[in-house]
Ligand binder design. Structure first.
Ligand SMILES: NC(=O)c1ccc[n+]([C@@H]2O[C@H](COP(=O)([O-])OP(=O)(O)OC[C@H]3O[C@@H](n4cnc5c(N)ncnc54)[C@H](O)[C@@H]3O)[C@@H](O)[C@H]2O)c1
Length: 342
């Protein structure tokens, strides 16, 4: 089978990582990336010697790119016409406009969490509903929190059966380097139930989910606590056994130095991962507790990179590269090196 050709629209926080993720997949080819402005990420790409070809979206000021000697290969439509599938990581709400171009040129696309669900035929998660995405034209990925949350709930659900979850999300308010949220020192409540709980039910309708979200003025990862009710009683040992088998869940201990969200970010940098990216969620062994019939645990969500593996799964499903969740997720994991710490 020839390599699947992929393009990325929007080379921001998510788009840079999607491009890197595609470049790592041995059975995909990254044709190029598209953006609107010579952002710092685009300037860094130029300084790195343009490892990815750049295309300019409509409205881009070419003179600004020329002034910085940033080479571009052509227009957005040039890029879209060369690919089998587009990964759209433009700002939330822009993807629906880009979709008109994808539809006109007959190309498939995967959108990120900031778009409305109605942008896509399938609201997708590689582990929970891979089969629904097979041969679909338009998929939308779950948001960062929902992606990590579903990984852990699906893990327990497939092992033991889950019928109810209640979550608390301690949400980082901005990404490292962001200024647009200002300089803050406060926590902010969202109205319950959080969208992540509702999204989980959309993808896993057999589970009753609800939850609360608190915004926190930090940048290095969200933490979610989950209270899950099993169809059978799930003990700490049973939960741990299932989590340890999962290739996108890194089980850690506080005593080993994983004190909180920043420890994961630092560890990813020590590993030499680009930008301190981490594809896996962290799960604290010491956080797993039983409460009556419920099992409770806490996970760390590296928001900038957690959706990359499931987006690769989405390409595999939409392009019919694999026909089961097991084979699709296994290929993605192989190329991204997931589970190698075990
Ligand atoms: N940042 C996160 O932690 C995170 C996590 C999961 C999902 N998401 C979702 O990913 C999507 C992208 O978010 P982000 O944080 O990467 O945004 P971002 O602002 O960092 O990047 C968006 C990029 O798109 C470019 N752009 C602007 N207009 C464009 C257009 N018309 N066509 C193509 N590109 C255009 C911008 O110049 C910018 O480089 C959103 O849907 C968001 O909700 C973000």
């Amino acid at each position: 089978m020839s390599k699947i050709k992929v393009g990325v629209a929007g080379y921001g926080v998510i788009g840079q990582r999607l491009a890197d993720g595609v470049a790592l997949q041995g059975d995909m080819e990254l044709v190029g990336i598209a953006d609107l402005a010579p952002t710092l990420s685009i300037r860094a790409l130029k300084e790195k010697g343009m490892p990815y070809d750049l295309y300019l979206v409509e409205g881009a000021d070419k003179a600004k790119f020329d002034a910085l000697n940033i080479p571009y290969k052509g227009s957005f439509e040039d890029l879209v016409s060369k690919v089998d599938i587009m990964l759209d990581s433009s700002p939330g709400g822009v993807g629906i406009k880009n979709k008109e171009i994808y539809a006109r040129l007959g190309k498939k696309a995967v959108f990120q969490g900031g778009e409305k669900n109605s942008v896509a035929d399938v609201f997708f998660h590689g582990y929970a509903n891979f089969e629904k995405g097979i041969d679909a034209d338009y998929l939308k990925l779950t948001s960062c929190n929902t992606t990590g949350l579903i990984r852990s709930v699906d893990c327990l659900d497939r092992a033991y059966g889950i019928d109810r979850v209640a979550i608390t999300i301690i949400r980082r308010v901005a990404d490292p380097g962001d200024y647009h949220r200002g300089l803050t020192n406060a926590l902010q409540m969202d109205k319950a139930p959080s969208h992540q709980a509702l999204d989980l039910m959309t993808i896993m309708p057999h589970i009753d989910a609800t939850g609360i979200l608190v915004h926190t003025p930090v940048t290095h990862g969200h933490i979610i606590t989950v209270v899950a009710h099993g169809k059978q009683k799930i003990t700490k040992e049973m939960a741990l056994e299932a989590f340890k088998k999962h290739d996108r869940i890194r089980v850690v201990k506080i005593d080993d130095g994983f004190l909180g969200n920043a420890s994961f970010f630092r560890y990813a940098r020590d590993l030499g991962n680009p930008r301190g990216d981490m594809y896996e969620i962290g799960l604290w062994e010491d956080s797993i507790v039983e409460s009556g019939d419920n099992i409770m645990y806490a996970i760390n969500i590296p928001q900038e990179s957690v959706t990359i593996p499931e987006t690769m799964d989405a390409i595999r499903a939409a392009c019919g590269m694999q026909s089961t969740r097991e084979s699709g997720t296994a290929e993605t994991n192989k190329y991204l090196g997931l589970g190698k710490w075990k």
